[in-house]
Design a protein around this ligand. Structure first.
Ligand SMILES: *[C@@H]1O[C@H](CO)[C@@H](O)[C@H](O)[C@H]1NC(C)=O
Ligand SMILES: *[C@@H]1O[C@H](CO)[C@@H](O)[C@H](O)[C@H]1NC(C)=O
Ligand SMILES: *[C@@H]1O[C@H](CO)[C@@H](O)[C@H](O)[C@H]1NC(C)=O
Ligand SMILES: *[C@@H]1O[C@H](CO)[C@@H](O)[C@H](O)[C@H]1NC(C)=O
Ligand SMILES: *[C@@H]1O[C@H](CO)[C@@H](O)[C@H](O)[C@H]1NC(C)=O
Ligand SMILES: *[C@@H]1O[C@H](CO)[C@@H](O)[C@H](O)[C@H]1NC(C)=O
Ligand SMILES: *[C@@H]1O[C@H](CO)[C@@H](O)[C@H](O)[C@H]1NC(C)=O
Ligand SMILES: *[C@@H]1O[C@H](CO)[C@@H](O)[C@H](O)[C@H]1NC(C)=O
Ligand SMILES: *[C@@H]1O[C@H](CO)[C@@H](O)[C@H](O)[C@H]1NC(C)=O
Length: 460
């Protein structure tokens, strides 16, 4: 079956001066070519997943680092299943649907809120929310439902929302902290991604359920991030700030997923408010800034780490969400299409060329702007980014159904009280034991030392 996919995929062979260089190609005028190239990259991405094999954990990629050093934090597995759901929705290729569904269901956690105790050493609000956004996507795209004995996709997204809605606290005038638990390094940091994911889920829940409570919370998140200056008047979205300074020490590094997560949330608010002027203005501002900053020469570029390839494993995946969320923005704010599609087209062609590395000659790097010269990096993030940039171009060829809502065919089972179990469960909020604390300290110290070497800004 897979060999059939490969024989259909476009593989160009180019003769280098001393070695044979190959690269993937994609013909964006051909939906079949888009599907074939995306299928090849998806297959290679899934080869990193060992959850079904002995020693593997269902739903989770190997990791986190340093075990193994090239491993992945728990959140990225949730992001990968979201990419698989999106891949299926665009291409109709359901090859990985069963694995994805089983993987998500295995990681819902003891309290059915996407916060398994196993991963409490790296549980940021953003980590939890990436799984929440994947559950939301599953509801929006009518992905195969969990068995009736398990919570529905909608209920999982609501659980993430409900558990996070009560977490904003007084320092910095509100907003979510980065980390969930006080013993984790980064608990004193309030950042754009944690709050942006919450905003994004809230806006989408408002649209899906027509329940205005979610929109009220989303609007509050928007008001907070702009008041504190993490999003400025020019729609730059900065990374975060510490509560010790009342969030005045703004860390001005910009990542594409921060801008995109707010953009898609704003586009959903625009849609939910029936095209209101205020949300249109915000969509326009964010879109303009996102396209101007992250698409030099029209090709997606992770400005803060791509120039010197100093990206961490997490950062290598950000362009996947950038491209996917721009495409989703088109679905809920269709007037943005003419601005967005040229960037997705140029990015797709470039991304395919950069899938030219390693022994198989088609491993994807990050440096899409470098043509077929592989940048020497590889991983789930790079595969996920390239496939996302490519499959979203099916928007030019086939009808890709926009997200459903409860009144347009959505049938995912919800639960307004989802997550309350976790709030009520003293075990879940229990402070870390001394052992946990030490473990967390060591883990985050290793991570931060690694990151600080490349990013002086991340001083905590
Ligand atoms: C997926 O299936 C739908 C429904 O049959 C069809 O309209 C659409 O064109 C298909 N998409 C692709 C990429 O083939
Ligand atoms: C992995 O698990 C999924 C879900 O249970 C199953 O559909 C799939 O066939 C399994 N894959 C392998 C290679 O065992
Ligand atoms: C939790 O971690 C243990 C040890 O690595 C593993 O055996 C188990 O499958 C994990 N459970 C879940 C739900 O991920
Ligand atoms: C802290 O920051 C918030 C949000 O910017 C602001 O409303 C509040 O007045 C600040 N508090 C102090 C003590 O400066
Ligand atoms: C969705 O709509 C159905 C039928 O109108 C209704 O019974 C159900 O309560 C709604 N669910 C939500 C979450 O709004
Ligand atoms: C959007 O329009 C629909 C249909 O006219 C209406 O029922 C709904 O209340 C409106 N939503 C908002 C947020 O104004
Ligand atoms: C987009 O932003 C640029 C500056 O970054 C500005 O010159 C331009 O007018 C903006 N375009 C729109 C349509 O807002
Ligand atoms: C809202 O999204 C739907 C698709 O989900 C789209 O048909 C509609 O035009 C959007 N509304 C606005 C105001 O753009
Ligand atoms: C709307 O959502 C809120 C928050 O979950 C919930 O308390 C309320 O009951 C919901 N309203 C309806 C009509 O479902």
């Amino acid at each position: 079956m897979y060999s059939t996919i490969f024989s259909r995929a476009g593989v160009a062979l180019l003769l280098g001066s001393s070695s044979l260089v190959s690269a993937l190609t994609v013909d964006l005028d051909s939906p079949q070519s888009i599907k074939d190239t995306a299928a090849t990259i998806a297959y290679d991405m899934m080869s990193y997943y060992k959850g079904n094999q002995s020693g593997g954990i269902i739903g989770v990629l190997p990791g986190p680092p340093p075990d193994p050093p090239t491993g992945y934090y728990w959140w990225e597995s949730g992001a990968m299943w979201g990419t698989i759901i999106e891949y299926w929705h665009y291409t109709n290729d359901s090859s990985y649907n069963a694995v994805a569904a089983a993987g998500i269901e295995a990681q819902v956690g003891e309290n059915l809120d996407m916060m398994p105790k196993n991963w409490s050493q790296s549980m940021g609000n953003d980590d939890q929310a990436f799984w929440g956004m994947t559950a939301m996507l599953a509801a929006e795209y009518k992905f195969q439902d969990p068995p009736p004995t398990s919570p529905g996709w909608l209920a999982l997204a609501q659980a993430v929302f409900n558990t996070q809605a009560i977490r904003p606290d007084p320092p910095c005038g509100g907003g979510l902290r980065w980390q969930v638990y006080p013993y984790l390094t980064g608990y004193d940091y309030k950042n754009s991604i944690a709050n942006g994911c919450f905003f994004n889920i809230g806006a989408r829940l408002a649209k899906y359920t027509s329940n205005d409570t979610y929109a009220v919370h989303a609007t509050k998140a928007w008001d907070w991030i702009t008041s504190v200056g993490l999003m400025d008047h020019d729609y730059n979205v900065y990374d975060g700030a510490h509560i010790g300074t009342n969030c005045t020490d703004i860390n001005r590094v910009q990542f594409s997923y921060n801008s995109a997560v707010w953009l898609l949330g704003a586009a959903n608010m625009y849609n939910y408010t029936n095209g209101s002027a205020i949300w249109e203005e915000r969509v326009n501002g964010l879109l303009n800034r996102t396209l101007n900053l992250f698409f030099p020469d029209n090709i997606a570029y992770e400005i803060s780490c791509e120039p010197k390839l100093s990206c961490t494993t997490d950062m290598f995946s950000f362009k996947a969400y950038l491209t996917r969320w721009l495409a989703s923005t088109i679905m809920v704010a269709p007037y943005t299409r003419e601005l967005i599609m040229p960037k997705l087209r140029a990015s797709a062609i470039a991304a395919a060329k950069q899938c030219s590395g390693d022994a198989n000659g088609r491993t994807c790097g990050l440096s899409w702007s470098k043509g077929t010269v592989w940048d020497g990096t590889k991983g789930v993030g790079q595969q996920m980014g390239a496939m996302s940039a490519i499959f979203v171009n099916l928007l030019d060829h086939v009808y890709v159904p926009p997200p459903v809502t409860n009144s347009t065919g959505g049938t995912s089972v919800g639960n307004n009280n989802a997550g309350s179990q976790s709030v009520a469960d003293p075990e879940a909020l229990k402070p870390a034991t001394q052992g946990d604390k030490v473990g967390a300290g060591i883990l985050t110290t290793i991570v931060l030392v690694g990151a600080t070497g490349m990013f002086g800004w991340m001083s905590i």
